[in-house]
Design a protein around this ligand. Structure first.
Ligand code: NAG
Length: 319
């Protein structure tokens, strides 16, 4: 990599959120609270699913993977955001920036693939109830999770390596709250056409296809329910699918809107608000939407908590 005009930038400045100074503290508290809810909610789900053997089914194993992925996904951006909101010189080293970008893409994609696996799981459960256990056997589940991981590694590594080839010159101010791929591409002073093409192509493949697969699974579910209509079944199905679909649409809608729709008129404020949706809001909502309203999880919560208090009572009485 010879050449004297190569990047000498060793760190970037993250401008953070475009908010007025008087709201800075309010926002700080708000994001801190949202982050703590995300961590706690997802952590509880993972622990419950590990501890309670009633929940060792494909659906909940995917869910605990999703919770893990959401936990990591928001931990990639939110703690750094909280830190830069508090610091005078909100800088991030060049390597840190690329690392953040890599893990952001990695866990973002992982979550999106896991949502596909979960939608497929529900599709098989509802449309082929008699064959469910033989189709969704532990081997297939493990294969699906491994496939999600493998498919995720590829695009994030590709984007990060291509980003590492670019040189950055004078401008090191990122108008965003994390090292986002499109924000970094705007700063580069070498040719970014290959990167931009790949963001579009890889993004289309790895975002649009999962989204379509999810929509197809839910369409299959809805049509199979409508074939044998019962008022209660329909209400239950629509309330479950409706809440899943709303989170899925929020997640994919903002990502597609940001990265795949040509964005000449996107103001930084609009982009930031949209990024907040899928980096902060969806990882927080996922555990609630997918599980805490759900009877199995509530039962498990009861069982695990009761068992714990039972044992601690026994211990307290020296039994
Ligand atoms: C993820 O899913 C796999 C396969 O179903 C399961 O064995 C594993 O325990 C899950 N991992 C987590 C962290 O929940």
């Amino acid at each position: 990599m010879a050449g004297s005009n190569l990047s000498v930038i060793s760190e970037f400045l993250l401008l953070g959120l475009p908010i007025q100074p008087e709201y800075q503290n309010l926002c700080y508290v708000l994001f801190l609270a949202m982050y703590l809810i995300t961590v706690l909610g997802n952590f509880i789900i993972i622990v419950l699913i590990i501890l309670d053997s009633h929940l060792h089914t494909p659906m909940y194993l995917f869910l605990s993977n999703l919770s893990f992925s959401d936990l990591c996904f928001s931990s990639v951006t939110v703690p750094k955001l909280l830190q830069i909101m508090n610091s005078q010189v909100p800088s991030i080293p060049y390597e840190g920036c690329l690392t953040q970008m890599y893990f952001f893409l990695f866990f973002g994609d992982l979550g999106s693939f896991l949502l596909v696996a979960m939608a497929y799981d529900r599709y098989v459960a509802i449309c082929f109830p008699l064959h469910y256990t033989s189709i969704m056997n532990p081997k297939l589940c493990l294969t699906l999770v491994a496939l999600c991981l493998a498919l995720t590694m590829f695009p994030s590594l590709l984007h990060t390596l291509l980003m590492a080839r670019l040189s950055f010159c004078a401008d090191s101010v990122i108008h965003h709250f994390f090292c986002d791929i499109s924000a970094l591409l705007k700063l580069a002073c070498s040719d970014t056409s290959v990167n931009q093409l790949l963001v579009f192509v890889v993004g289309s493949i790895f975002v649009v296809i999962p989204f379509l697969l999810i929509i197809m699974s839910y369409a299959g579910i809805v049509s199979s329910i409508l074939k044998v209509p019962s008022a209660q079944g329909i209400r239950k199905a629509f309330s479950t699918c409706g809440s899943h679909l709303s989170v899925v649409s929020l997640f994919y809608g903002t990502i597609i809107g940001l990265y795949l729709v040509p964005s000449a008129d996107n103001s930084p404020v609009k982009e930031t608000v949209m990024s907040m949706m899928y980096t902060v809001v969806t990882p927080m909502l996922n555990p609630f939407i997918y599980s805490l309203r759900n009877r199995d999880i509530k039962g498990a919560l009861g069982r695990v908590v009761c068992k714990k208090t039972f044992f601690s009572l026994m211990a307290a009485h020296g039994i």
